[in-house]
Design a binder for this molecule. Sequence first.
Ligand SMILES: Nc1ncnc2c1ncn2[C@@H]1O[C@H](COP(=O)(O)OP(=O)(O)OP(=O)(O)O)[C@@H](O)[C@H]1O
Length: 241
Amino acid sequence: MIETRELTKQFAGTVALDGVTLNVPLGETVVVLGPSGCGKTTLLRLIAGLEAPDSGEIRINGASVASSGASVDPRARQVGMIFQDLALWPHMRVLENVCFGLGSGWRKRHSVVAPGLTALRWVELERHKHRYPHQLSGGERQRLAIARALAPGYPYLLMDEPFSSLDPLLKDEMIGLLRRLRETLRTTIVYVTHDLDEALTLADRILMMKHGRIVGELVSATLAGMSREGLLEWYKGTLRS
Ligand SMILES: Nc1ncnc2c1ncn2[C@@H]1O[C@H](COP(=O)(O)OP(=O)(O)OP(=O)(O)O)[C@@H](O)[C@H]1O
């Protein structure tokens, strides 16, 4: 479970988070919506350990990973991340990209290469394992980023508009892949997007952020059967209130 309690974060006087309390139970996919600048990316970066909160606490699997003055290293948080720019290593081949975070001396160690190959198989990229990222299509690079995030077998995945630059067909394919992997691996996901269709397709629960706060929530019972138009109306109404 991911829990945050009253998280706050400012950047040079700009309030990015203003008391965010959030619980994401194991296996749940929470989609975070909200206008540009409302703090969505900051929330993910704090959970991942890429930024420290000014105040508040983050607990992962029941253990405190960030609180006043104390912070657990990102690699120890058991959290995979996929951001919009993917952040693949251009000088590393596909298999190296996937294995890099799994341990040192990866070339020799079966214990590192095996999970890397498994992750590439999940996203159907094993046959391209010796290519460099620039030798892959856009969709293949997205799949590589997913494989890299999943390879360590972490139970948590943070995704920040991961498919926003893809054409509709590829996006559809990627969302289908993510849903299948989520079923197989029981991954807990926090997913940031501006795309309402994506939100409806993926979310067990939707949260709405505004000015650094969570201001609205749609639970699964309400989401079941909700149309895009219905979600848009809720989005507009929540923003106005
Ligand atoms: N490193 C930083 N330095 C200064 N200000 C920052 C920094 N990171 C974020 N901010 C500010 O904090 C606020 C929240 O930014 P954040 O990126 O979390 O928003 P967002 O909801 O993810 O936006 P978008 O939907 O456009 O990606 C914004 O006002 C942004 O300008």
